[in-house]
Design a protein around this ligand. Structure first.
Ligand code: B12
Length: 471
């Protein structure tokens, strides 16, 4: 069988038209090491992270595959144009490119819309036979019964942040692991339901454990949108993880707080931090985007429930709802500070193409920017209702910076969980490092989730130039 060289690329974030280069990255993407595992053995694979390495466009490769989130699509197009001008075939996929096919198709030889599992073998067979199609899309969601073990061994691991021995005993970076796909909620701003479906699909627990065993001592990120969507199954998963003695972080919905046994098992299985999509403390904002399961929640109680189980929280909040005013935005931060939330991840509401929110704002003629590199959660790309876009951006950075002031970090530290007995410092280290990392990236005016530590700062990456950037 003929052999081929396949280069898989994660594009960087474009800032003022240039790729943002990072000193070190925090989380590798799962898409590429996982796609590598789905690829037949006659393809020799090289994985490149454009935010960490320079891409060699003249390297001898037969085929290039590029993954995308929406904010990476403009950079993905630049990369595709470069390879194609040298005669190399380019396939693009991922949640970003899938949402904007008309933009992407003129720049690629092939676009895979949606999940790869049910089409990838056929795409590569067509490529090998010289009959690659311009577009593929699976007819149905894949079954999660037989997914292969990811290939994080293919990453250049020295380029990623190592979390320290209290958290990871492995030389590998934080490893993203999937145990399920889909989300039963249909929040207007989120692209997950439309992309992965509203019906949950679960991997068999023994497969998840087998994948974890493949990375002994590693520290995992369970990337499920809600790892406890099915509570009995989550409890079974956590019980099976306990003997592995790994540390992990994961995404939970606020509903998990009602189940102390679930939280206790999560903590026993090594959960250090739960990322919870609170999005807003205001009922009318939550209702305006269909996040009804959070309406009327006592978030102080929620925090206390996680905390008494031994798990710190990273609370995700959004500003820029039609119900938001400058006052409600300031109040949002005041509440997070008063609750002594351990970490807060703040976003400006972003109308990701393909979401209900995008359709609504587009119909109302309120989308201001279609440069998708601005769709990174730090830019007001639409006209807000009760302020102008520049004011929203100013308030956003002011709120984010205020939450991560030295004084506020110090005040909430009394609230950080301390694990008893054998690992007293683990959450303290995690939360301490997290606060330091968030503070640094916010000072550089980058979103903390955009990948890692930024090399050059600050980068005036402005959608709305009149926005005042507070120091
Ligand atoms: C883990 C995660 C992160 C991690 C790692 C991100 C990364 N680059 O991988 C971190 C925390 C860093 C992160 C950050 C952000 N994230 Co995020 N994240 C996720 C999460 C929870 C899981 C991703 C994952 O690993 N999925 C599992 C893999 C296997 O799925 P996949 O990547 O989609 O790949 C499948 C297919 O898409 C396809 N495919 C993918 N690539 C390719 C390439 C080719 C060639 C082919 C053929 C197929 C293919 O095949 C795969 C198997 O079927 C998703 C939600 C979700 N459920 O997916 C949000 C999600 C991807 N994130 C999102 C966003 C918005 C962000 C941020 C912009 C937020 C912010 N403001 O900073 C940043 C951007 C970071 C960046 N510039 O890289 C959005 C993306 C929206 C969109 N349509 O683009 C999502 C979907 C969440 C949401 N609620 O809408 N994120």
């Amino acid at each position: 069988m003929k052999s081929y060289r396949l280069q898989l690329i994660k594009p960087a974030q474009l800032v003022n038209g240039k790729p943002l280069k990072l000193e070190k990255a925090l989380t590798p993407t799962r898409a590429l090491p996982y796609l590598a595992a789905l690829t037949p053995g006659n393809f020799d694979i090289l994985i490149t992270d454009d935010s960490l390495d320079e891409i060699d466009y003249d390297a001898k490769v037969d085929l290039v595959g590029i993954t995308t989130l929406i904010s990476q699509v403009p950079r993905a197009i630049q990369i595709a144009d470069q390879f194609r001008s040298r005669g190399v075939k380019v396939i693009m996929g991922g949640v970003g490119a899938s949402a904007v096919p008309d933009l992407v198709l003129p720049h690629v030889d092939c676009l895979v819309i949606g999940e790869a599992e049910n089409v990838w073998d056929g795409v590569l067979a067509d490529f090998a036979a010289g009959r690659l199609q311009h577009r593929y899309q699976a007819a149905a969601f894949c079954s999660m019964d037989n997914l292969p073990v990811s290939r994080f061994d293919l990453l250049k691991t020295s380029a990623f942040v190592r979390p320290g021995r209290a958290i990871s005993k492995s030389a590998l970076p934080r490893i993203p692991i999937e145990t399920s796909r889909g989300c039963p909620h249909g929040c207007a701003f989120c692209s997950v339901t439309q992309y992965f479906g509203r019906t949950m699909r679960f991997r068999p627990i023994e497969h998840v454990i087998a994948e974890m065993r493949h990375y002994p001592g590693a520290y995992f990120f369970l990337v499920d949108d809600n790892v406890a969507a099915d509570r009995p199954r989550a409890k079974e998963l956590f019980r099976a993880m306990i003997p592995l003695k790994n540390r992990w972080i994961g995404q939970f919905s606020s509903l998990a707080a009602a189940d102390p046994e679930l939280l206790d098992l999560a903590r026993q299985s090594g959960c250090i931090n739960a990322f919870v999509g609170v999005e807003s403390f205001h009922a009318d904002s939550l209702n305006s985007v269909g996040k009804r399961h959070n309406v009327g929640k006592d978030f102080g109680k929620m925090l206390a429930a996680f905390r008494s189980a031994g798990i710190d929280l990273n609370v995700s909040l959004i500003v820029g709802f039609d119900t938001d005013t400058p006052q409600t935005i300031r109040e949002t931060t005041d509440i997070a500070i008063a609750l002594k939330v351990h970490l807060m991840t703040l976003f400006i509401l972003t109308p990701i193409p393909g979401t209900q929110l995008h359709a609504q704002l587009d119909q109302e003629g309120r989308i201001l920017h279609r440069d998708y590199s601005l769709y990174d959660g730090t830019h007001a790309v639409f006209r807000p209702r009760n302020m102008d876009a520049a004011e929203l951006e100013t308030l956003y950075w002011e709120s984010f910076a205020r939450f991560y002031s030295i004084g506020n970090i110090a005040r909430r530290f009394s609230n950080v969980v301390r694990w008893p007995l054998n690992h007293p410092v683990t959450p303290v280290i995690y939360t301490g490092m997290g606060n330091r990392f968030y503070r640094k990236t916010i000072q550089q005016r980058m979103h903390p989730l955009c990948g890692g530590s930024v090399v050059r700062a600050p980068l005036a990456h402005k959608a709305n130039p009149q926005a005042g950037i507070p120091r």
